[in-house]
Design a protein around this ligand. Structure first.
Ligand code: ZN
Length: 420
């Protein structure tokens, strides 16, 4: 892997599709890690000059809930309709075997594929996260990384998992100009103790960190919380001090209106994962209600078999209509762009002067966001934090041979463990 150097970049005569704005044809000037100029005036031409008049430009797309270590098994669709059955048969069969080398290979495979689909940031929660962080660092994409703290699977001891999470924080938090940040990752209410959550809340406040957690993915999560702690899940997290602006909560399928109100008050983010929610029969989250109550909603890939944000955005749109509480195309597009700012704690998600230079030049002339979502074009250029990661359709930060080697190795591990 080879993290590219920054140079000033001038994108000439591009068509920008920003979320919530009319299409705009203009020039973009990138200096260091940010967008230094946007307009028709002439900018310096001493760096890289790209005539992008034949292409469509968007901000980067972000997957705000992923498990790169599960990427190699994400295509095992199976026949289950409950999270717990999937966890027993896939996740907990796979994860205890993962070495740091396996997690590294899975991450290389995932990030390379993500770059080929325009995904430029991940909020990732899994195991061997130091190895994953190395891949994120050298690939040039953004990361909000946490250890999946639990009493099962890879870990038998949640306190050992928390210790590993703190090591990840001390080594990787705010690295490379805050391109990589870290969070604390208590996996879910049924997989950690109350004492562990209290310690997470204490450290979160002491170090001003975020928390990344699965909540109310299935009804059992809410029932467990009510039966054991006498409060709904979000009320319980509020009581423990887990809520806050940097807290990101995956799924939230079974939240009540009262819980959604609490998330709004504490400005926490919900990460919508509609394909996984459908795949595992978990249900459809109340995204319309969340948006209407000013809850920040971003989108993730979780264990979706297609691992493509265009599919996820389109499914979010369809799922909202199935609930008969539709979100618009623009609202669906915002889930993967501007609403990710809070997840990565930097100004991203829109191509605007003063924002971070995370820009995708797509190999298409589509003028409407719905055309782009349905066409799923390939990126022609990808710029993240001012660095060119995809150049004329070629991924430059990860060598293709390295990708193929990592993919072969990790998929042979899938073959060994699952007999496929
Ligand atoms: Zn997940």
């Amino acid at each position: 892997m080879n993290l590219p150097k920054r140079e000033p970049i001038l994108l000439e005569n591009v068509l920008i599709l920003n979320p919530g704005e009319p299409p705009r044809r203009t020039n973009i000037y990138v200096e260091e890690d940010y967008i230094a100029g946007l307009g028709s005036e002439s900018y310096p031409k001493h760096g890289i000059v790209i005539d992008a008049s034949k292409y469509t430009v968007t901000p980067g797309l972000y997957a705000s809930h992923t498990h790169l270590g599960l990427y190699p098994v994400s295509k095992i669709i199976g026949e289950w309709i409950h999270l717990d059955e999937w966890a027993e048969k896939i996740a907990w069969k796979w994860e205890p075997h993962l070495s740091p080398e396996d997690s590294k290979n899975a991450a290389i495979m995932a990030v390379y594929d993500y770059l080929s689909k325009g995904i430029v940031g991940v909020a990732d929660m899994h195991f061997n996260m130091d190895a994953v962080a190395e891949v994120i660092y050298h690939s040039g994409i953004r990361g909000n990384l946490s250890v999946a703290i639990m009493n099962r699977s890879f870990y038998n001891d949640e306190w050992k998992a928390l210790k590993d999470n703190l090591e990840l924080v001390s080594k990787w938090h705010n690295r490379d100009n805050k391109r990589i940040i870290t969070s604390l990752g208590p996996c879910s209410i049924r997989l950690v103790s109350r004492e562990l959550l209290d310690e997470v809340a204490r450290i979160k406040n002491e170090k001003s960190l975020g928390v990344h957690m699965h909540i109310a993915e299935v009804y059992d999560d809410e029932k467990y919380c009510t039966d054991n702690y006498g409060a709904s899940l979000v009320e319980f997290l509020y009581q423990r001090g887990i809520l806050g602006e940097k807290t990101i909560l995956a799924h939230g399928v079974w939240l009540s209106s009262k819980e959604i109100e609490l998330l709004s008050i504490f400005k926490s983010t919900i990460i919508h994962n509609p394909i996984t929610n459908m795949l595992l029969g978990s249900g459809i989250a109340k995204i319309r209600e969340m948006i209407d109550r000013n809850v920040n909603v971003a989108i993730g890939l979780d264990v979706s078999p297609t691992q493509n944000l265009f599919d996820e955005i389109f499914t979010a749109l369809l799922a909202s209509r199935l609930r008969r509480t539709p979100i618009s195309v623009v609202e669906a597009y915002k889930l993967a762009t501007i609403n990710s700012s809070k997840v990565f704690n930097v100004k991203i998600g829109i191509v605007r002067e003063g924002f971070k230079a995370d820009i995708i030049v797509w190999d298409t002339r589509s003028k409407r966001i719905e055309d782009l979502i349905l066409e799923k074009p390939r990126p022609y250029y990808i710029i993240v934090d001012g660095r060119i990661l995809v150049n004329e359709g070629e991924i430059v930060s990860i060598d293709r041979k390295e990708y193929l080697k990592a993919k072969t190795r990790i998929m042979s591990r899938v073959g060994e463990i699952f007999g496929i």
